[in-house]
Design a protein around this ligand. Structure first.
Ligand code: GLY
Length: 457
């Protein structure tokens, strides 16, 4: 064989092991040339590709060449005197998605413009995902969610993901667990009603491979709005349905009907009506959406949300949760984000899309979340004198995650291949968000207060 093309192996956990195993493989196959290129240039994976090429040159008799675009400038500077680096012309890398195109760029450079068919015979293509497979590496998976209430759901989802299940099934399972639990008063069954004492629910689902979106808004009397949203994402058109139209669709498709207004929610409602009358308290407080981002072992990413929206909202009010780009967004080639807080303000920044956009530029999810939340918070205060609650979670397609908030003590839950399901609390200190694992005391208190008997005032 003339040439071995190898991806960056970034998905594997241990770079030393990747490098050692690849060198052993090269020593066995003895190709003339090994081409090493990152899967996605814009994520700066070039560093790993360059390191592999360098190690191959040191430890084998084959000649290794690295290939990457200007997006990896730091790596190019570091290795330019130690390694032959071919510049690829565009963003997007030479592995995975653009494999053939990238391979041809390299092949043309090496074989002086011969026809592509000829190159194919001479090159063994070993992209990073295939490399992971051949080298027996485990693939990353992960799921992150807003609020403590999601932790049981993400635990269920993590079993699905561990067993190589689909990110769509995993996220739907996780959100349904929150929708079905009667003591969470902001999502699904037991969600708090609007000012006419009706429970109107919003939910959404997005597939990061196809970019398909489905959503329902102001839907009443159905048990699992997220499942209806997912079903709608499979339609070519009519992906977002509201109110009666959404109910008609759900009924026709056989989704479970359920009166979502619990006795407990009625007591909350009556108490709030009294408070508003007696103390002139604003009715818009105490709400929280469950929003999630999920990555499966096949590299597919999904995002989904579900909420009863603002307590005492106007009939027909729609928040950010079913709005793509605001309440959620995901693209498997980059990552995803989801929001909770005051929908009216979250929508002013299209904040979930903004975080994905920043990650696509190469930012870590934590930096992307902090930048987007801090900027929107600042902009809202500057232009309007006040910013509502803004809390965001994000994960990239390597399973790295980030969270940012402008409130005290925002809780979130996360599980990955490397991490058991865990609840964190975070706070924003001078623009930096500091996450702390929630103590057992905090977790116990949370559940106790959610389930404490409720007195009518
Ligand atoms: N973020 C949920 C809502 O405003 O409805």
């Amino acid at each position: 064989m003339a040439c071995l093309y190898c991806g960056d192996g970034t998905y594997l956990k241990n770079p030393d092991e990747v490098s050692r195993k690849l060198c052993a493989m090269v020593n066995k196959l003895k190709p003339d040339v090994v081409m090493c290129g990152p899967c996605f240039n814009y994520l700066n994976y070039g560093k790993m590709a360059a390191r592999i090429a360098y190690d191959i040159n040191q430890n084998t008799s084959s000649k290794a060449i690295a290939a990457m675009s200007d997006d990896n400038q730091e790596t190019i500077n570091e290795y330019k005197d130690k390694l032959c680096i071919i510049k690829t012309p565009k963003k997007g890398g030479i592995g995975l998605n653009e494999s053939l195109e990238g391979m041809c760029v390299l092949a043309k450079a090496l074989y002086q413009e011969k026809e592509i068919e000829e190159f194919k015979e001479k090159i063994l293509f070993l992209g990073c995902c295939l490399a992971s497979f051949l080298l027996g590496g485990k693939k990353m998976w992960g799921i992150i969610a807003t609020w403590r209430m999601a932790v049981e759901g993400i635990s269920e989802a993590s079993h699905i993901l561990q067993e190589k299940g689909d990110a769509g099934d995993a996220i739907e399972t996780a959100i349904k667990a929150v929708e079905d639990f009667p003591y969470y008063k902001s999502v699904g069954y037991g969600g708090l009603p609007n000012e006419e004492m009706e429970v109107e629910l919003d939910a959404a689902y997005m597939d990061g491979n196809t970019l398909s979106i489905g959503a329902v808004a102001a839907i009443k009397d159905f048990a699992n709005p997220v499942s209806i949203a997912r079903r709608l994402s499979k339609e070519k058109v009519n992906n977002i349905l509201v109110g009666e139209g959404a109910e008609k669709f759900a009924h026709k498709e056989g989704f479970e009907r359920k009166n979502m207004l619990t006795d407990r929610a009625k007591i909350h409602y009556r108490n709030r009506v009294k408070e508003v009358r007696e103390q002139e308290i604003k009715p818009y407080a105490g709400h929280d959406t469950v929003g999630m981002v999920c990555l499966d072992q096949q590299g597919k990413m999904t995002s989904a949300t579900s909420t009863s929206g603002l307590f005492m909202k106007k009939k027909g009010r729609v928040g950010d949760s079913p709005i793509a780009g605001s309440g959620f967004y995901v693209d498997s080639s980059v990552g995803g984000a989801s929001a909770t807080g005051l929908g009216e303000d979250l929508m002013k920044g299209c904040i979930s899309y903004e975080i994905v956009r920043l990650m696509a530029e190469g930012m870590h999810p934590q930096a992307a979340c902090e930048k987007a939340v801090n900027q929107l918070d600042h902009r809202l205060k500057e232009r309007r004198g006040h910013a509502g609650d803004l809390s965001l979670i994000a994960m990239n397609n390597k399973g790295e995650w980030g969270v940012a908030t402008n409130i005290e003590g925002f809780s979130f839950a996360v599980a990955t291949e490397n991490q058991e399901p865990i609840v964190y609390l975070t706070k924003n200190k001078d623009g930096k968000c500091i996450h702390e694992v929630a103590s057992q005391e905090w977790l116990d208190h949370y559940m106790k207060t959610r389930m404490a008997p409720l007195e009518e005032k």
